[in-house]
Design a protein around this ligand. Structure first.
Ligand SMILES: Nc1nc2c(c(=O)[nH]1)N[C@H]1C(S)=C(S)[C@@H](COP(=O)(O)OP(=O)(O)OC[C@H]3O[C@@H](n4cnc5c(N)ncnc54)[C@H](O)[C@@H]3O)O[C@H]1N2
Ligand code: MOO
Ligand SMILES: [Mg+2]
Length: 426
């Protein structure tokens, strides 16, 4: 039996720091991202590495907003119910075609939505407000409604002028951003390289997911959960083989991974048990321990350390604590490296959807489901919220933040939630 229950052993002495202080410490060790260029078709979800300015005005020509007739607006000044003004139609302009006609007074050009308005014309009259007449081989368009200068004509640079800021650095690229990049011909997009993060689960009880169950053993779910969380945050996860509860093996594996990856995340073995090897590892020489106790639940034993200049996150093995630890500490590090303006998940004040009785002296992050009822957001705590419980993580899309010392909470109380990215609203 491996006994080291000497309570003077410093593995039991941990000084707890707040979540905010722990976040500050890991963020101080966040590397800045480097730039890579990706094809536009692969830029979705990436973060822009530099600010981009419009290389040309958009639109870069005067664009018709209607199918109709391009006219000189002054020609319509006498239009009225009983007064039809007739203009001679001198051209037909489909989209993509540039007319070489000059629209002088008395003339008009039939034009389609999105086509370049011809020289001389300063307005477009919609088709429905016109009628046609033919006279000795000439076509005339009749107008009864006045139009003002600029009517149905989008001026050059209306959406963006040349040189104006198109997208700021750190912007995450969604549909609107991708559309803007395509419009301006930015087909090789400068984005921040994704932080590469090694995931190493520790625990001699762990089976790989394709192994049959064995007595006393469980399948490694944390590695796969962490990989998704890291990917959602914008990182590139790499699941390494899980390691047994042997501190030497774990140290070698972690050191190798630190030299190859931007960050290393482990799960398991950070508490005070006999086989909690990560707790031992971070007390070894050459390790700059940032913290090994945080005033939070779940995940009070969440640990972070700097080894050989690389940042190691040693998360709890308990799935609930592992999940929360990743959202609170790894996500902001990834987002900061990516240059995101707001590295933290959004925090909202909402209504508590059910009574909550648990009282704690640490900040508690309670898994919950957010619902919209009558236009208000309610957060309903998961029925089972133990750190060791895996199954209710999938039913949660937010974490209720309960400050230390909060008494009993009643349904209808105002509370803060952290909105998770992955969970849907369905
Ligand atoms: N005497 C004390 N015991 C414990 C304390 C304490 O303060 N004093 N803290 C408890 C708290 S709080 C937590 S959280 C856990 C932390 O556990 P460890 O980080 O040491 O993790 P393990 O012991 O390795 O495993 C805990 C639990 O999680 C399961 N596990 C581990 N890895 C995985 C994985 N990759 N996938 C799925 N499940 C995993 C493991 O089998 C255990 O059931 O310690 C408390 N104890
Ligand atoms: O770290 Mo533990 O999750 O507080 O139960
Ligand atoms: Mg343990």
């Amino acid at each position: 039996m491996k006994h080291s229950d000497d309570y003077s052993n410093n593995k039991f002495k941990r000084s707890a720091i707040s979540v905010e202080e722990a976040q500050k410490r890991v963020l101080e060790h966040t590397a800045s991202g480097t730039t890579e260029f990706v094809p536009l078709s692969e830029a979705h979800g990436r973060f822009l590495a530099v600010p981009l300015h419009a290389p040309h005005p958009f639109p870069h020509f005067r664009r018709s907003g209607m199918d109709g007739y391009a006219v000189v607006s002054a020609d319509t000044k006498n239009c009225g119910e009983d007064e039809t003004v007739w203009l001679r139609v001198v051209d037909e302009i489909p989209c993509g075609h540039v007319s070489d006609c000059m629209i002088a007074s008395g003339l008009a050009a039939r034009i389609m939505t999105g086509a370049q308005v011809p020289e001389g014309a300063d307005a477009v009259v919609m088709l429905e407000a016109t009628r046609l007449r033919e006279d000795s081989g000439d076509v005339f368009v009749g107008l009864r409604k006045k139009v003002g200068p600029g009517n149905n004509v989008t001026p050059i640079g209306f959406e963006l002028r040349e040189g104006e800021l198109l997208l700021e650095q750190g912007r995450q690229l969604g549909a609107g951003e991708i559309s803007a990049l395509a419009t301006f011909g930015i087909h090789k997009v400068p984005v921040v390289r994704k932080p590469r993060i090694a995931i190493i689960s520790t625990g001699s009880e762990l089976l790989s997911v394709d192994e049959p169950l064995q007595p006393g053993r469980i399948r490694n779910s944390n590695s796969f959960m962490l990989a998704v969380q890291i990917r959602e945050a914008g990182g590139e996860p790499c699941i390494l083989d899980a390691v047994q509860d042997d501190v030497g093996t774990a140290r070698r594996t972690v050191l190798d991974a630190l030299s190859e990856f931007d960050y290393v995340v482990t799960s398991g073995g950070v508490s005070v048990g006999d086989y909690d090897i990560m707790g031992d590892l971070v007390r070894q020489e050459g390790v700059d321990l940032l913290f090994n106790k945080v005033t939070m639940r779940p995940g009070s034993v969440t640990t972070a350390a700097v080894i050989n200049g690389g940042l190691l996150f040693a998360l709890s093995g308990n799935p609930g604590a592992c999940f929360v630890g990743c959202e609170l500490f790894i996500r902001p590090v990834i987002r900061t490296m990516l240059g995101a303006r707001q590295p933290f998940l959004p925090q909202w004040e909402v209504v508590l959807g059910a009574d909550y009785h648990r009282v704690n002296n640490f900040t508690r992050f309670v898994r919950a489901k957010a619902e919209i009822r009558d236009g208000r957001i309610y957060a309903v705590p998961a029925a089972v919220d133990e750190s060791s419980v895996m199954i209710s993580i999938k039913d949660s899309d937010c974490l209720i933040v309960i400050p230390p010392g909060t008494g009993q909470l009643r349904k209808g109380d105002k509370i803060d939630i952290i909105k998770l990215e992955g969970g849907g609203w369905s």
